[in-house]
Write a protein that binds this ligand. Sequence first.
Ligand SMILES: [Zn+2]
Length: 310
Amino acid sequence: MTAAHTVEQVPVTTLAGHLLELTVHTLRGAAPGPRLVLFGGIHGDEPMGSETVRRIVETIDTAELSGTIVAVPVANPYALQALTRNTPIDGVNLNRIFPGTRTGTVTEQVAAVLCEILSGADHFIDFHSGGILATVDYAYIHDAGAEMSRAFGCSVLYKGKPYPGSATGWALEQGIACMVSELGGGGQRIEEFLDRGIGGTLNVLRALGMLPGAPVPPPPGQVVVETLTVLRPTVGGTMLSSYGAAQIGERIPKGTVLARIVSPFTSEELEVLTAPYEPSILVLGREPLTNVTPGDYGLMLADGSTAKPA
Ligand SMILES: [Zn+2]
Protein backbone atom coordinates (compact mmCIF):
# COMPACT_ATOMS: atom_id res chain seq x y z
CA MET A 1 0.00 0.00 0.00
CA THR A 2 1.08 3.56 -0.61
CA ALA A 3 0.47 5.89 2.30
CA ALA A 4 -1.67 8.88 1.33
CA HIS A 5 -3.94 11.62 2.65
CA THR A 6 -6.80 12.42 0.30
CA VAL A 7 -9.70 14.85 0.68
CA GLU A 8 -13.06 14.30 -0.97
CA GLN A 9 -16.19 16.46 -1.15
CA VAL A 10 -19.27 14.25 -0.81
CA PRO A 11 -22.48 15.91 -2.05
CA VAL A 12 -25.58 15.77 0.19
CA THR A 13 -28.23 18.00 -1.36
CA THR A 14 -28.83 21.45 -2.81
CA LEU A 15 -30.32 24.40 -0.91
CA ALA A 16 -31.47 27.40 -2.93
CA GLY A 17 -29.05 26.33 -5.62
CA HIS A 18 -26.14 25.98 -3.18
CA LEU A 19 -24.55 22.54 -2.94
CA LEU A 20 -24.19 21.11 0.58
CA GLU A 21 -21.18 18.80 0.75
CA LEU A 22 -19.38 16.94 3.51
CA THR A 23 -15.57 17.08 3.53
CA VAL A 24 -14.13 13.61 4.06
CA HIS A 25 -10.44 12.99 4.80
CA THR A 26 -9.00 9.56 4.10
CA LEU A 27 -5.67 8.72 5.71
CA ARG A 28 -4.43 5.52 4.10
CA GLY A 29 -1.62 3.89 6.03
CA ALA A 30 1.51 2.30 4.64
CA ALA A 31 0.49 -1.11 6.02
CA PRO A 32 -2.86 -2.93 5.99
CA GLY A 33 -5.07 -2.79 9.08
CA PRO A 34 -8.51 -1.84 10.38
CA ARG A 35 -10.75 0.93 9.09
CA LEU A 36 -11.51 3.61 11.73
CA VAL A 37 -14.08 6.36 11.14
CA LEU A 38 -14.06 9.67 13.09
CA PHE A 39 -16.95 12.17 13.16
CA GLY A 40 -16.86 15.63 14.72
CA GLY A 41 -19.57 18.24 15.00
CA ILE A 42 -22.71 16.11 14.74
CA HIS A 43 -23.99 18.71 17.20
CA GLY A 44 -23.14 22.20 15.96
CA ASP A 45 -22.85 23.74 19.42
CA GLU A 46 -19.93 21.39 20.13
CA PRO A 47 -17.07 22.83 18.04
CA MET A 48 -14.56 21.06 20.29
CA GLY A 49 -15.33 17.79 18.48
CA SER A 50 -14.69 19.28 15.04
CA GLU A 51 -11.44 20.89 16.18
CA THR A 52 -10.27 17.64 17.80
CA VAL A 53 -10.86 15.67 14.59
CA ARG A 54 -9.19 18.39 12.50
CA ARG A 55 -6.08 18.30 14.69
CA ILE A 56 -5.98 14.48 14.66
CA VAL A 57 -5.99 14.55 10.84
CA GLU A 58 -3.10 17.05 10.94
CA THR A 59 -1.20 14.97 13.51
CA ILE A 60 -1.29 11.47 12.02
CA ASP A 61 1.73 10.43 9.94
CA THR A 62 0.35 8.01 7.33
CA ALA A 63 3.81 6.44 6.95
CA GLU A 64 3.41 5.11 10.52
CA LEU A 65 -0.24 4.12 10.14
CA SER A 66 -1.54 0.58 9.65
CA GLY A 67 -5.03 0.61 8.17
CA THR A 68 -7.20 3.52 7.18
CA ILE A 69 -8.72 6.50 9.01
CA VAL A 70 -11.77 8.17 7.47
CA ALA A 71 -12.45 11.50 9.18
CA VAL A 72 -15.36 13.92 8.85
CA PRO A 73 -14.40 16.94 11.00
CA VAL A 74 -17.68 18.75 10.33
CA ALA A 75 -20.56 16.29 10.17
CA ASN A 76 -23.27 18.98 10.30
CA PRO A 77 -21.90 22.14 8.59
CA TYR A 78 -24.90 24.46 8.96
CA ALA A 79 -25.34 23.61 12.64
CA LEU A 80 -21.64 24.28 13.33
CA GLN A 81 -21.81 27.62 11.53
CA ALA A 82 -24.84 28.62 13.61
CA LEU A 83 -23.43 27.04 16.83
CA THR A 84 -26.74 25.23 17.35
CA ARG A 85 -27.36 21.68 18.57
CA ASN A 86 -30.05 21.14 15.93
CA THR A 87 -29.72 21.95 12.24
CA PRO A 88 -31.12 25.47 11.71
CA ILE A 89 -32.78 24.64 8.38
CA ASP A 90 -35.15 21.93 9.65
CA GLY A 91 -34.68 22.08 13.43
CA VAL A 92 -33.68 18.40 13.58
CA ASN A 93 -31.18 16.85 16.02
CA LEU A 94 -28.86 14.87 13.71
CA ASN A 95 -27.94 12.42 16.47
CA ARG A 96 -31.55 11.23 16.91
CA ILE A 97 -32.46 10.38 13.32
CA PHE A 98 -29.85 7.86 12.12
CA PRO A 99 -29.86 6.14 9.64
CA GLY A 100 -31.71 9.05 8.02
CA THR A 101 -32.95 8.87 4.46
CA ARG A 102 -31.84 10.19 1.09
CA THR A 103 -35.45 11.36 0.50
CA GLY A 104 -35.79 13.25 3.78
CA THR A 105 -35.08 16.72 5.17
CA VAL A 106 -31.59 18.22 5.10
CA THR A 107 -30.58 16.58 8.39
CA GLU A 108 -32.07 13.21 7.40
CA GLN A 109 -30.06 13.35 4.18
CA VAL A 110 -26.87 14.26 6.08
CA ALA A 111 -27.44 11.21 8.31
CA ALA A 112 -27.90 8.97 5.27
CA VAL A 113 -24.62 10.19 3.75
CA LEU A 114 -22.81 9.71 7.08
CA CYS A 115 -24.11 6.11 7.17
CA GLU A 116 -22.67 5.52 3.71
CA ILE A 117 -19.31 6.81 5.01
CA LEU A 118 -19.56 4.61 8.14
CA SER A 119 -20.51 1.45 6.27
CA GLY A 120 -17.75 -1.12 6.30
CA ALA A 121 -15.86 0.47 9.21
CA ASP A 122 -14.34 -1.75 11.89
CA HIS A 123 -14.20 1.03 14.49
CA PHE A 124 -15.86 4.41 15.01
CA ILE A 125 -15.34 7.34 17.39
CA ASP A 126 -17.97 10.08 17.60
CA PHE A 127 -16.59 13.30 19.15
CA HIS A 128 -19.03 15.35 21.25
CA SER A 129 -18.68 17.85 24.10
CA GLY A 130 -20.80 20.00 26.30
CA GLY A 131 -22.69 22.74 24.47
CA ILE A 132 -21.40 26.28 24.46
CA LEU A 133 -22.49 26.74 28.11
CA ALA A 134 -21.52 23.40 29.67
CA THR A 135 -18.29 21.43 30.18
CA VAL A 136 -18.27 17.64 30.23
CA ASP A 137 -15.76 14.83 30.77
CA TYR A 138 -16.58 11.17 30.14
CA ALA A 139 -16.73 8.55 27.39
CA TYR A 140 -19.25 5.86 26.60
CA ILE A 141 -18.15 2.23 26.89
CA HIS A 142 -19.91 -0.53 24.93
CA ASP A 143 -19.09 -4.25 24.80
CA ALA A 144 -18.02 -3.79 21.17
CA GLY A 145 -15.17 -1.31 21.46
CA ALA A 146 -14.59 -1.44 25.24
CA GLU A 147 -10.83 -1.54 24.69
CA MET A 148 -11.11 1.75 22.77
CA SER A 149 -12.93 3.49 25.64
CA ARG A 150 -10.40 2.30 28.23
CA ALA A 151 -7.46 3.41 26.08
CA PHE A 152 -9.06 6.80 25.38
CA GLY A 153 -8.32 7.53 29.02
CA CYS A 154 -11.33 9.29 30.56
CA SER A 155 -11.69 8.67 34.30
CA VAL A 156 -15.44 8.01 33.99
CA LEU A 157 -16.74 5.52 31.41
CA TYR A 158 -20.51 5.28 31.01
CA LYS A 159 -21.97 1.88 30.15
CA GLY A 160 -25.27 3.24 28.89
CA LYS A 161 -27.44 2.44 25.91
CA PRO A 162 -26.86 4.81 23.01
CA TYR A 163 -29.73 7.22 22.34
CA PRO A 164 -32.17 5.81 19.74
CA GLY A 165 -31.28 7.25 16.35
CA SER A 166 -27.71 8.12 17.36
CA ALA A 167 -24.75 7.47 15.09
CA THR A 168 -23.20 5.01 17.55
CA GLY A 169 -26.55 3.24 18.03
CA TRP A 170 -26.69 2.62 14.29
CA ALA A 171 -23.00 1.67 14.14
CA LEU A 172 -23.39 -0.93 16.91
CA GLU A 173 -26.31 -2.48 14.98
CA GLN A 174 -23.94 -2.85 12.01
CA GLY A 175 -21.35 -4.61 14.18
CA ILE A 176 -18.99 -1.62 14.27
CA ALA A 177 -17.02 -1.32 17.53
CA CYS A 178 -17.45 2.25 18.72
CA MET A 179 -17.36 4.87 21.42
CA VAL A 180 -18.51 8.43 22.04
CA SER A 181 -16.10 10.99 23.44
CA GLU A 182 -17.71 13.71 25.58
CA LEU A 183 -14.90 16.16 26.30
CA GLY A 184 -14.91 19.87 27.00
CA GLY A 185 -17.28 22.56 25.81
CA GLY A 186 -18.35 25.66 27.66
CA GLY A 187 -15.19 27.55 26.66
CA GLN A 188 -13.30 26.14 29.67
CA ARG A 189 -9.89 24.35 29.86
CA ILE A 190 -9.89 24.27 26.05
CA GLU A 191 -6.28 23.26 25.36
CA GLU A 192 -6.40 20.57 28.05
CA PHE A 193 -9.48 18.93 26.55
CA LEU A 194 -8.10 19.19 23.00
CA ASP A 195 -4.84 17.58 24.13
CA ARG A 196 -6.74 14.78 25.85
CA GLY A 197 -9.00 14.19 22.83
CA ILE A 198 -6.03 13.97 20.47
CA GLY A 199 -3.78 12.04 22.87
CA GLY A 200 -6.63 9.68 23.76
CA THR A 201 -7.30 8.96 20.10
CA LEU A 202 -3.62 8.28 19.38
CA ASN A 203 -3.67 5.87 22.31
CA VAL A 204 -6.76 4.14 20.88
CA LEU A 205 -4.85 3.78 17.60
CA ARG A 206 -1.96 2.12 19.46
CA ALA A 207 -4.42 -0.17 21.30
CA LEU A 208 -5.91 -1.20 17.93
CA GLY A 209 -2.46 -1.81 16.43
CA MET A 210 -2.90 1.04 13.94
CA LEU A 211 0.05 3.02 15.32
CA PRO A 212 3.33 1.53 16.61
CA GLY A 213 4.15 1.33 20.30
CA ALA A 214 2.39 0.06 23.39
CA PRO A 215 -0.68 2.01 24.54
CA VAL A 216 -0.37 4.07 27.72
CA PRO A 217 -2.29 2.33 30.55
CA PRO A 218 -5.62 3.93 31.55
CA PRO A 219 -5.47 6.38 34.48
CA PRO A 220 -5.57 4.81 37.94
CA GLY A 221 -9.08 5.10 39.28
CA GLN A 222 -10.77 4.82 35.88
CA VAL A 223 -14.31 3.60 36.64
CA VAL A 224 -17.32 2.30 34.73
CA VAL A 225 -20.70 3.67 35.81
CA GLU A 226 -24.09 2.35 34.74
CA THR A 227 -26.16 5.24 36.07
CA LEU A 228 -25.59 8.72 34.74
CA THR A 229 -28.33 11.28 35.25
CA VAL A 230 -28.92 14.55 33.48
CA LEU A 231 -30.42 17.07 35.89
CA ARG A 232 -32.79 18.78 33.48
CA PRO A 233 -34.37 21.99 34.70
CA THR A 234 -38.15 21.99 34.26
CA VAL A 235 -38.05 25.77 33.94
CA GLY A 236 -35.93 28.24 32.05
CA GLY A 237 -34.05 31.13 33.59
CA THR A 238 -30.74 32.17 35.06
CA MET A 239 -28.73 29.28 36.46
CA LEU A 240 -26.36 30.10 39.30
CA SER A 241 -24.07 27.09 39.63
CA SER A 242 -21.34 26.25 42.11
CA TYR A 243 -20.20 23.24 40.04
CA GLY A 244 -18.31 24.07 36.86
CA ALA A 245 -15.35 22.84 34.86
CA ALA A 246 -13.02 23.02 37.87
CA GLN A 247 -15.20 20.65 39.94
CA ILE A 248 -15.62 17.89 37.31
CA GLY A 249 -14.70 14.50 38.76
CA GLU A 250 -15.49 15.54 42.35
CA ARG A 251 -17.36 13.10 44.60
CA ILE A 252 -20.25 15.12 46.05
CA PRO A 253 -22.42 14.08 49.03
CA LYS A 254 -26.08 13.35 48.25
CA GLY A 255 -28.36 16.33 48.77
CA THR A 256 -25.67 18.96 48.20
CA VAL A 257 -27.12 22.03 46.51
CA LEU A 258 -25.38 22.27 43.13
CA ALA A 259 -27.21 25.10 41.40
CA ARG A 260 -30.20 27.42 41.67
CA ILE A 261 -32.37 28.63 38.84
CA VAL A 262 -33.72 32.10 39.42
CA SER A 263 -35.97 34.43 37.49
CA PRO A 264 -33.89 37.18 35.89
CA PHE A 265 -36.94 39.44 36.20
CA THR A 266 -37.92 39.04 39.85
CA SER A 267 -35.01 37.14 41.49
CA GLU A 268 -37.57 34.49 42.51
CA GLU A 269 -35.97 31.07 43.07
CA LEU A 270 -37.62 28.77 40.52
CA GLU A 271 -35.78 25.49 41.05
CA VAL A 272 -32.89 24.00 43.02
CA LEU A 273 -30.70 21.22 41.64
CA THR A 274 -29.19 18.84 44.21
CA ALA A 275 -26.81 15.89 44.08
CA PRO A 276 -28.90 12.71 43.57
CA TYR A 277 -26.45 9.96 44.66
CA GLU A 278 -24.20 9.08 47.62
CA PRO A 279 -21.76 10.05 46.33
CA SER A 280 -22.48 11.79 43.04
CA ILE A 281 -19.63 12.15 40.55
CA LEU A 282 -19.84 15.40 38.58
CA VAL A 283 -19.37 14.77 34.84
CA LEU A 284 -21.01 17.88 33.35
CA GLY A 285 -20.77 21.26 35.02
CA ARG A 286 -21.70 24.86 34.36
CA GLU A 287 -19.92 28.08 35.23
CA PRO A 288 -21.40 30.39 37.90
CA LEU A 289 -23.73 32.20 35.49
CA THR A 290 -25.44 30.53 32.53
CA ASN A 291 -28.84 30.52 30.90
CA VAL A 292 -30.97 27.36 30.86
CA THR A 293 -34.09 26.32 28.99
CA PRO A 294 -36.64 23.72 30.14
CA GLY A 295 -35.24 20.23 29.51
CA ASP A 296 -31.69 21.53 29.09
CA TYR A 297 -28.52 19.69 30.09
CA GLY A 298 -28.38 21.41 33.48
CA LEU A 299 -25.76 19.23 35.17
CA MET A 300 -24.79 15.57 34.83
CA LEU A 301 -23.93 13.26 37.70
CA ALA A 302 -22.91 9.62 37.83
CA ASP A 303 -23.89 7.29 40.66
CA GLY A 304 -20.60 6.86 42.50
CA SER A 305 -21.99 4.05 44.69
CA THR A 306 -22.17 1.64 41.75
CA ALA A 307 -18.91 2.72 40.08
CA LYS A 308 -16.72 -0.27 39.28
CA PRO A 309 -13.05 -0.36 38.26
CA ALA A 310 -12.78 -0.40 34.47
ZN1 LIG B 1 -23.32 16.10 21.22
